[in-house]
Each structure stands twice: as C-alpha cells, then as structure tokens.
Design a protein around this ligand. Sequence first.
Ligand SMILES: Nc1ncnc2c1ncn2[C@@H]1O[C@H](COP(=O)(O)OP(=O)(O)OP(=O)(O)O)[C@@H](O)[C@H]1O
Length: 613
Amino acid sequence: MNEGEGRVNAPSTVRRGALGRLARNPLGLVSAAVLALIALAVLLAPVLVSQPPDASDLRHAFAGPSGGHPLGFDSAGRDIWSRLLYGGRTTLSGALISLAVSLLLGVPSGLVAGYRGGRLDGLASWIANLVMALPAMIVLLASRAVLGSTVWVLMVVLGVLVAPAFFRLVRGIVVQVRGELYVDAARVSGLGDARIIARHVLVVVRGPIIIQIALVAGIAIGLQAGLEFLGIGSGDTPTWGAMLNEAFQNIQRSPALMLWPGLALGLTSGALVLLAGALRDVLEDRTGGGSGRARRRAVPVPAAAPVPADTVPADPADAASADPAAAAAEDHGPAGRATLLSVRGLAVGYRLPDGSDREVVHDVDLDVAPGEIVGLVGESGSGKTQTAFSVLGILPEGGRILRGGILLDGQEVVGLPERRRRALRGGMVAYVPQEPMSNLDPAFTVGSQLVEPIRVRLGLSRKQAVQRALDLLSLVEIADPERTFRSYPHQISGGMAQRVLIAGAMSCEPRLLIADEPTTALDVRVQAEILELLRRLQREHELGVLLVTHNLGVVADLCDRVAVMREGRIVETGTAEQVLHAPADPYTRTLLEAVLDHVPAREPWQPRKVVVP
Ligand SMILES: Nc1ncnc2c1ncn2[C@@H]1O[C@H](COP(=O)(O)OP(=O)(O)OP(=O)(O)O)[C@@H](O)[C@H]1O
C-alpha cells in the first residue's frame, strides 16, 4: 500500500552542518583561518604592540626591525606593526559598516519587492538601477566634499552604493521562489506572507547572501583603501590605505614600506574571495557528499484548526451577504442538501496591458454539499483551475473576480479581506495540488513541513504538533510515519508525497477539500490508491470534495455529481451517472467519445518480417 517506502534511503538523513563541510574544504579552511587570525590580531592590538600607532620619534625614521618593533619604523618614526594592527581595526570596521548598511537596505527591499512584485517591485528596481548607474568613486568624492572626511560617513555612503548588489541578488532569487508550487502550497495552507518569507524564501537566499557578503566585504575594503590611498580619508586615524599612501610617497627611499599594508590588504581581500568561493561550494554542495539543494527545507501544506466561518468577526459585507447565502443554499443546493460551496455567476478575468480584462471564466454556477464529491471536468484551458483558485482566493497575479459570488458554508468570500480569507484557507477549506513533489519544499523534512502550519493554525506546542503530524501520516496510510516524518521530499516517492500533502490538507479538519488533478502526476497503480484514500477520507469525515480533473475514468470512479466546463463556461451539470451515460451537451459527448473505451482494441504489434536477400 505504501508505495515507495523502499526509496527512503535511511532514516538517518545525515544533515551535516555547513560549518562542518566548510572545515572539510581546504580552501575554505585556510581562508577562514587567515581571516580569523587577522581579526584576532587587530582585536588584540593593544596587547600585541609596544607603542601607540601615532607615537612618533624622528630619530627612528626608516629604522629596521628591533625589539618590540618587528616591522621597523615608517618615515615619521612610528611603529609599523602598531599602525598595521590599529589600521586594520579602522579598515575592517569601515568594511563592516558598509556591509551592515548595504545588507539592511538591500536584503529586506529585495525580499519584499521580489515577493510582492507589481508597482513596488518596479519602483524598488528603478531605484536600485539608478544607484548602480552612479559612478561610486565620483559619489564618494562628492560625499567627502559635502559630508566631511570622516571615514565612517564615507563607509555609510559606500554601503548605500553597494546595497543594489544585495537587492538584485535577493530579488532575482525571490522572484523564482515565489513561483514555486511549495510557496503556493504554503499560501493555501493559510500561512501569512511574513511567515512564508521567513520560512521558505529566506532559506533559499541565505546561501547566496553569505557568499555575497564575503565578496562585498572585499570590495568595501578595497574601495576604502583606494580612498585613503588617494588621500581622501581624514588622515587622523591609521588605516591600511593611508599607510600605503605614506609608503608610496617614500617609495624611492624605502620600498619595503609598501610591503606590510599591501600584504595585509592582499591577504584579507584574497582570503575573502577564496572564502566566498568555498562557501559557494559548501552551500550549493558542489563538493558532493550531500544533496544541498535537496536538503533545502520543505514546506507545505495546510494545517489548521477548522476556523468556522462564524468565528470570524463580522463585517458589514457579511450582513449584506447573509440572505443571499441562505437563498443560494435553498435555491441551488443539490438534492435539498445544505451547500458547503455555492458559486454563483462567477466571472474571472486577467488584466490586459490596455487596462481591459480578458475574461477566462464566465458566469459559472457550482455547488458542493457536505459528503459529496463533485467532479469539475473539461479539456485543458477550459477554466477549471481558475474556478478552483477563485474559491481558494489564490488567483495568480493579474487575475481577479469580475462578477459573481462564492459562498463557503454560507459566508460570502468575494471581497473578504485577505486576513479572513487566509483563516478559511487551510481551515474550513483545504487544497490538494496536482504535482506533489513540487508542492513540498526540498529543504525541509516532511515532518517539519507538516508541523509548522499545524503550530501556526492550531496554536499547538511543538510536541503536540509533532504528535498530530504523526497521527495524520498514519491517517493517510503511511506505514512508517516516523521514518517518513524524518525524510526529505527527495527521499520519498510521488505517491507518498501526495499522501503527505493530503495529510497536511486534513490537518485542519477541513469540511471542503479542493483537489486539482490529484493523481495526474502518479502512475496508474498509485493513482488507484490515492483515489481510494480520498474516497475513505471523504466518507469518514463527511468531506465535501471538489475534484478538478480531465479524467472521466476518475469521475466515474469517484464522483457523485459532475460539472462539465468548456471555454470558461459550465455546459452541463448532473449526477455522474446522468452525465456519463446520457450526456445532454454535445461537448460532453465529444469528451466521452475521446475516451477510447468504445473503440475496438488495436491488434497487438507484430514485428515485420524482414526478408534478407
Ligand atoms: N496567469 C494567467 N494569466 C492570463 N491568463 C491565464 C492565466 N492563468 C490561466 N489563464 C487562462 O485562463 C484560462 C483557463 O485556464 P485554467 O488554468 O483554469 O484551465 P484548466 O481548465 O484548469 O486547464 P488545465 O487542465 O490545463 O490546468 C486559459 O485560457 C488560460 O490561458
């Protein structure tokens, strides 16, 4: 029954930490050690030097190394070792300030712009492009003239100039991630934007951000040194760039003075670049030994305490819709049963560039009663998914409901604020998607994906949520729930993944389940098992099910009633028996004829005899 159990490699999904993998990467280890040594030396400067960096004694000008002065003296008789360590403090702190500013500006704006899209994204991208187009050196020179020569202020300006690098990196990744089905699944499960970003999006961008930090730190150090070398800094604090400047002025007399600040800059920048490369290998797992990508977390499915519609605070819209709801249930409820879902005159459109709408669903009426399975069938592009997404309130960007109403358990949901819509999704109504694997975030274990929405929606403790997730895995007939709980999506089969998604959908004890081609991506044997599971859950939990499918075999097998869609309209509705045996609409007949049941089977293929002359 539990197909694919054998595919679970081992319960011990070894999840070595990134630090451990970095320690096994020779380049990473050496560069991290060099950086750590440099950081330690500049931090311990007061105890490592024998005189302050600005203490000058002209009698020692250009003098070589001596006791307590391992690198000798500069042109003003100052201790080079002391200036190198204290200069490192200024240089590295300056780089940290630039980094902090660029991270603070670039990362949150990239996350929000990428995730929300639309005008906000357009505006943020425009600003980022504008800042990137500015010549950094010219802006820094102008800033010095206007804001003064304090190195810290220049570092803040540098941070602003570098921020677009983080913005573009993060935004680009988020735009890709937001289209992932597991993000849609998290949305459908009722998780809010902030939680989705924190859980599913940040985890994807953190690796590239860490790599970028190493690169940008190197750039900031280089630029700052460049400014100081040009003599643009304040000159009252020792920095590696200022040391290079002084050394350059005395290059004829003592070329060795260039060596130490040059070495410090070269070592630090080089180590940062190498560390960035090693981090890239480690975080993207190029060195083998683990499926870094696959190990990215996973997300998921719904979970939530049923949030009865009537517990949501009333607003005037509800009062206005109360009567129509009751009327709809009375007038249109199938066979006199109270409707769970009642769609009336639904029209969905997509905004065109000229401001008009392209209508893709026209005046759809549809009902689902408790304990009833209604099939929504039709050829590809007929509007089934748009209808289902309208009920869930997750139409893609640009799509909107143009007309009509949707009553969920008597409550009008069209026009309901997103917060209240979210309370219904993953609560009273749950969703089972078409492609189970794509709806699980590969970076999280199955258990983690189930537990998070359960905790959010049911307000359970972690321990209780884990127990509930295990119970749900048993409910969907997974033989070894604990093992599956610990597995990553790449370690389970498609059929098991679909069971996991159904478990997630059931976690909120929904009353209406919307299943969009739930078996299409599965092989025939697993399809039958999943259909049987849905049937059992529907029976035992009195679920209303809206089953979106193009498979008339599934309809015959599972559905009580059928609505046939064509070009955005419902062309025929009736009991499964009526529609399949005595279709009234010519389009339904065409659909049925397309199922080759009545066509005589072809002769088995026979190899042709090849006559060899
Ligand atoms: N994001 C979108 N922007 C514009 N039009 C869209 C968008 N998504 C869907 N449509 C249009 O809506 C119509 C109905 O699509 P829908 O996805 O509901 O079809 P479907 O019956 O579910 O097909 P399938 O079985 O292939 O999923 C199609 O003509 C499609 O082009």
